[in-house]
Design a protein around this ligand. Structure first.
Ligand code: FCB
Length: 471
């Protein structure tokens, strides 16, 4: 990555910051179905790969599961009230495929659709713009039993599922995201097995990745055909800028390759209709099974790119690649802790400049029509005082610095027109279970009480100020 141009931004207060964004900028918070809903066996919902994965001891910290989560399925109206109290202009949620098609394909479960129908109406009734993600990792278990994302038919099934959702919600939802972070579904789910379905094969990871991309490509025209006229359709990628810790040629070479693995593996097919040269060989595997026409389907034009940004990678070549290893993973080390840097409870370095660098790079290299930051946030060991206070100044700092970074990127001409804090609520953080809190709202799990954290109050102040300035 090239370094961020030095622009200093004096916007420190909520109102200075709010003034950096146009009236129609979309401010929101994000969640995902399995992380918040609970009610995994209600109203005809089928099981998902996460139900099975989290039920197996050792997969999730503390043996936690999403069975109850934040009980959002039953507290939905209260949670939308909370969004109103936070002045959110928009809410990004995901739809659980196994609620809509309990077997993954076939008969539509209308009770599953009813829930999202009510959610969308409740949001619209409060003037909150609904943005829906169709796949945030909860594949119907029945499809996993046919190979999951290793089976090309799963991509076809996804497009049918998208159509079933659009038939019910297409008239009211303003933004559609096909997939959330296919890199995570592929690599974490199939490559190293730390996420469902818990497979451990890089060859499988690249096959899963291809079928996920195909699912996206096949679904986009089906979504457009049924979406309201001005709805926007996109995909969300987790992008991680990769920096070289030294200027040795071997480090610079490996930096390019690691960038290929983390970022271009998905960006290139989506925006250029081709996989990056050498990306699969670098991972020590064969190319995935690409059929004629797949890459053209995958490169379907999009209205926006969703970017989830949390941190960066700083790496150096180790030069001690095992002679028998063809894999990139044996040729570099990540550098950290970086002196002077701070880290979140996930162990992720806080690096707001990386957001500016990544946004500039994406505009430069891929020229998306628009960009939305669909997730950004941090986990900290929040403590609730038992009353109405959760002091999480570090999270406020994190959000403020990243929103400032966004203002810089806008100033430099990046067409970014939305920002979603991750997350509205503390929730089931995948393999970390409930041990990591990302919310701007605290959840006391035993009572399911919600307490707006100080960061939430700060964010609400920013958003209310922005709204008033825009009037
Ligand atoms: C992202 C996921 C989201 C959440 C955050 C912390 O990778 O999309 O569900 O877990 O990380």
């Amino acid at each position: 990555m090239t370094a961020t141009p030095k622009i200093s931004l004096a916007a420190e207060s909520a109102s200075d910051l709010a003034a950096c964004f146009p009236a129609n900028f979309l401010w929101g918070a994000a969640t995902a179905a399995y992380q918040i809903e609970g009610a995994t066996r209600e109203d005809g919902r089928g099981l998902s790969i996460w139900d099975r994965f989290s039920a197996i001891r050792g997969n999730v910290a503390g043996g936690d599961t999403g069975d109850v989560a934040t009980n959002h399925y039953h507290l939905m109206e209260d949670d939308v009230d909370l969004m109103g109290a936070l002045s959110l202009g928009s809410y990004r949620f995901s739809i659980a495929w196994p609620r809509i098609l309990p077997e993954g394909t076939g008969a539509v479960n209308s009770r599953g659709l009813d829930f999202y129908d009510r959610l969308v109406d409740t949001l619209c009734g409060r003037g909150i713009t609904p943005i829906a993600t169709l796949y945030h990792w909860d594949l119907p278990l029945a499809l996993q039993d046919h190979g999951g994302w290793l089976d090309r038919d799963t991509a076809l099934a996804f497009a049918d599922y998208a159509e079933a959702v659009l038939r019910r919600l297409g008239d009211r939802v303003s933004g559609w995201i096909t997939l959330n972070e296919p890199w995570c579904s592929s690599y974490l789910g199939y490559g190293i097995g730390v996420h469902a379905p818990g497979r451990r094969s890089m060859q499988e990871a690249v096959t899963a990745g291809h079928h996920l991309l195909l699912a996206h490509g096949l679904a986009v025209p089906r979504i457009r055909a049924l979406a309201q006229r001005d709805a926007r359709v996109g995909i969300t990628l987790n992008l991680t800028p990769v920096y070289a810790a030294d200027s040795r040629p071997e480090t610079l070479r490996v930096q390019q390759k690691v960038d290929g693995f983390h970022n271009r593996w998905f960006l290139d097919p989506i925006f250029r209709g081709a996989y990056p040269d050498g990306v699969f060989a670098d991972l020590g595997v064969a190319s995935p099974p690409v059929q004629d026409g797949d890459l053209a389907e995958i490169a379907v034009p999009l209205d926006f790119l969703g970017i989830n940004y949390y941190s960066r990678l700083l790496i150096r070549a180790t030069g001690d690649r095992r002679p028998d290893s063809a894999s990139l993973f044996d040729s570099y080390a990540t550098v950290g802790p970086v002196p002077g840097s701070t880290y979140s409870a996930m162990g992720w370095e806080i690096y707001p400049d990386g957001l500016v660098d990544m946004l500039l790079r994406v505009r430069e290299d891929y020229g998306p029509q628009a960009i939305v930051v669909t997730e950004n946030g941090a986990a900290y060991g929040d403590i609730w005082d038992g009353g109405d206070r959760v002091d999480d100044d570090q999270r406020t700092e994190y959000l403020r610095k990243h929103i400032q970074a966004l203002a810089v990127a806008r100033l430099l001409g990046v067409p970014v027109d939305g920002y979603f804090a991750w997350s509205l609520l503390d929730n089931f953080e995948w393999a970390e279970g409930y041990s990591r809190r990302f919310g701007i709202v605290y959840v006391d799990y035993p009572s399911q009480r919600r307490i707006i954290k100080r960061s939430g109050l700060w964010y609400a102040d920013c958003l209310a100020t922005h709204r008033n300035q825009a009037k």
